[in-house]
Design a protein around this ligand. Structure first.
Ligand SMILES: [Zn+2]
Length: 243
């Protein structure tokens, strides 16, 4: 049907790096505004991360990259296809960590099996808000980055929240979960049950990131129609480890 899209406009995609048409069937552009030229499509936060990646590490194809929990589309697909030193990981708690499961390294972000200082770039796209121990994860990412390495991420930053992180759920000693707020579930490439949001992160999250590990932190926010980066939660958070 000609009218199936509520929004259609031309632009230049930072992922497939060509003139394209952006389309959306959904008013929630963060989940719906896709690129017609990207492999399996892409969404605004992925294009925002690609735009930052291309700007600050234009030679990323020859660098060592670790991405946690990649989706099979957009910038994740492109990094996996074009970067020879790309390592994708997924989290299978019932399997041995450090092994390859279904083509991906099995890793817990909070307790990684990688050696110190092996990656130039670490990427997470909407993963951070599902981690139970964010401080532990940030320290582990810092440990696995080389000096001068950078962690680039997206996750929702709740602009109404001043305090840096508000837990939505607590894991008890026996592994059971106590919900402290209405459960919020996001899509999960590994499970139809989705992924539970563990924390809401607020406006001063940049300070918490620098508190957890001695990163230089920058937050970029976009309203970039030409690049197809519109809608809510377009922030890209970069954490630089000093050289
Ligand atoms: Zn594209």
């Amino acid at each position: 049907m000609a009218d199936e899209f509520i929004l259609t406009f031309d632009g230049d995609c930072p992922i497939c790096e060509r003139p394209t048409t952006f389309v959306s069937k959904d008013r929630w552009l963060r989940g719906g505004l896709t690129c017609k030229s990207c492999t399996n499509g892409s969404v605004p936060r992925e294009r925002a991360l690609a735009h930052v990646l291309n700007r600050i590490r234009p030679g990323w194809r020859s660098l060592a990259i670790h991405e946690s929990s990649p989706a099979n589309r957009g910038i994740s697909f492109k990094m996996g296809s074009e970067c020879k030193r790309y390592v994708g990981s997924h989290f299978h708690p019932d399997r041995k960590f450090g092994e390859i499961v279904d083509g991906f390294r099995n890793e817990s972000l909070e307790e990684q099996t990688f050696a110190d200082e092996v990656f130039d770039i670490v990427i997470t796209l909407d993963v951070f808000e599902h981690v139970f121990q964010p401080g532990k994860m940030i320290k582990e990412i810092y440990r696995t980055l080389k000096p001068g390495g950078v962690y680039i991420s997206t996750f929702p930053i709740r602009k109404h929240l001043v305090s840096s992180h508000h837990p939505r759920v607590r894991k008890e000693g026996d592994g059971s979960l106590t919900h402290l707020d209405v459960p919020e579930i996001h899509g999960n490439p590994l499970s139809g049950d989705g992924a539970l949001v563990t924390f809401d992160y607020g406006y001063d999250i940049h300070n918490m990131l620098a508190y957890w590990a001695p990163f230089e932190v920058e937050v970029s926010r976009f309203n970039a129609r030409r690049l197809g980066i519109l809608g809510e939660y377009t922030e890209v958070i970069t954490c630089l480890k000093s050289a």
